[in-house]
Every structure is written in C-alpha cells, then in structure tokens.
Design a protein. Structure first.
Length: 307
C-alpha cells in the first residue's frame, strides 16, 4: 500500500471535475492505493448539497476499468439528508453513496462522527450488516474518543461482528495531542491502521505561511491561523532544513514524519492539481533517518496543545 491516502474533500468544490479526474489519473499512475471521501463532501459549498466528491469519483470510476485501480473509503453521519448513525439511516446512506460512486461496494466504510443519540450497539450492528451484505469490505471509525473506540471494539467482539480496522483522527506535526496520549494506545492494542486527516495542518505544514500576513492573504487563512504560533513556525523551519537535505518539499517531510509513526498506515492529504500531488506522492520515496525523526519529535513537542 502506498503511504499516501488521497483526500478528496476538494473534488467537485475547489477542484472541478476535469481537474479532479486528472489528479485521480496521476495518483493511480503514481502508485497510489487508497482514496478517502465522505458523503458530506462538499455540502458546505455554495449551492452544494453533499455528495459532490463521491459523484466526481464515480464518474471517474465509470471511465473504463478505473474502479479496479484504486481502493475507496467513504463516510456516513454528516450528509444533510442522512444525518447520524441509526440503522435505518446507515442503510439508506450506504446505498446513496454507492449510487454516486457508481460501484457495488466500498473498501472502507467510516463512521464519520460519533452519534451519541443512537445506541452504539445499534450502530455497530448495522455496520456489520453493511459488511455482511457485501456493500463494504471493512469497518472504520473517525473522530471517536479513545473510550468510544474501545466500546465499539468490545461490542463487536462480544457479538461476533466485524471489527473496525482503521481509525481516522486529527493528527499532524503541530497537533500531536490528544491522539498520542489517548487514541494511539487504543489503536496499537487493537491493530487499527491510523489515517490522520489535516495531515498538513490545512496547509500550514507546507511552509507557505511564515507570517500572519501570509495567513491573512490566503483564502484558507481562517483554517490555517489555528496552527500559527512561534513554536509551530519552528517546526516548519526544522522540516525545511530536512527537506533541503533531501531535495524535497516541506510538505513531503511533514507527511513522511507521520508515515513513520508506529500506528500510522497512511496520512491523508488532498490535492487540487497534479502539481500539488507530486509533493504528496513523494513520501513513497522518502525515508527519514532516526536523527531527523528525533529532531522533528523534539521541536514539535514544544507546540502548545490546542484547546
């Protein structure tokens, strides 16, 4: 499996269909393995209703034999028409996702956000049902607390249901907690492959934002500003030195650090263009030394934990 998981939240939003398909072509040609989407992408866009990313991917799948080239995971619980994780809703949502994706199954089916209004036993059971029906190959959980992940596993074990195989948390070089102290031990104990989102901290870990003026000048500034700090800039500087030594980008180094973490199966990062994709795919060819990882560990440990 390629260490990069391609995020597709920009597909059908800031990347139109043609650009998205070019990225998918380049990802497949570059040895990419897994693409990550969600039924809610991109309901937040003006005039959007959710499912735009899945639709774009489905149109790409429909072009010849593309479905066989990549694995795909999608998520449920946030689509405006399919909110939450009740059994009836999950049954409807998976069918809607498969229709948009123009496929008969997804490889990973993610519980996007915990739904505490639905008994966890009900959610675990319906995800097992989805797998047993052949509509998904594996179960996965995203944005769950460590306690709730363990409860899911305990329920599935007791009932003989399919166990989750993957975990998707917010985790990167400038956001190491609460993942490392709470979720990482659960992932390790249960053999969950971790696929961190915001792997590049909304662009902060690309090195493009060195001043507050850079942040304010960017359309993504509001998202990036939450990562901006003196300590965060020190992380970028350290990554820049390592990047220069390997003749790669800061983004490549930031992703390679994540990929080197014990429980991480692959960081998730998105690209609007094939030019952006190159730096992401490059983590497949970069192995950081123990000293380089230690340097990044030390400097990133100084970043204040976000509240």
């Amino acid at each position: 499996m390629h260490p990069l998981v391609l995020g597709t939240n920009v597909f059908g939003w800031t990347a139109d269909t043609a650009a998205s398909h070019q990225v998918l072509d380049a990802f497949a040609d570059g040895g990419g393995t897994l693409i990550d989407t969600a039924d809610v992408y991109s309901a937040w866009g003006e005039g959007h209703t959710g499912g735009e990313s899945e639709t774009v991917i489905g149109e790409w799948f429909a072009q010849g034999s593309n479905r066989d080239k990549l694995l795909v995971g999608t998520k449920v619980s946030q689509h405006p028409e399919f909110p939450g994780l009740s059994a009836p809703n999950v049954r409807k949502a998976i069918d809607a996702s498969l229709q948009r994706l123009q496929t008969d199954h997804v490889d990973l089916y993610w519980a996007h956000f915990d739904d505490e209004s639905t008994p966890l036993e009900e959610t675990v059971a319906v995800f097992d049902e989805v797998v047993k029906s052949g509509k998904a190959r594996f179960v996965a959980v995203s944005n769950y607390s460590a306690e709730r992940v363990q409860q899911w596993i305990d329920i599935a074990t007791a009932e003989g249901f399919d166990l989750p195989v993957a975990l998707q948390p917010h985790y990167n070089l400038v956001t190491r907690e609460p993942f490392e102290s709470t979720l990482a031990p659960v992932a390790k104990a249960n053999g969950l492959g971790v696929m961190p989102y915001f792997a590049l901290a909304s662009g902060f870990l690309t090195g493009k934002f060195r001043t507050l003026e850079d942040v304010k000048a960017s359309a993504r500034g509001a998202m990036t500003q939450g990562y901006f700090s003196t300590e965060g800039l020190a992380v970028v500087d350290a990554a820049a030195e390592i990047a220069a030594a390997h003749d790669v980008s800061i983004a490549t180094v930031s992703l390679a650090w994540l990929a080197a973490q014990e429980t991480v199966a692959g960081p998730i990062a998105s690209a609007r263009t094939t030019e952006q994709l190159g730096d992401l795919l490059a983590i497949g060819d970069l192995t950081l030394s123990a000293d380089e990882i230690a340097t990044l560990d030390a400097v990133s440990a100084q970043v204040p934990t976000q509240s």
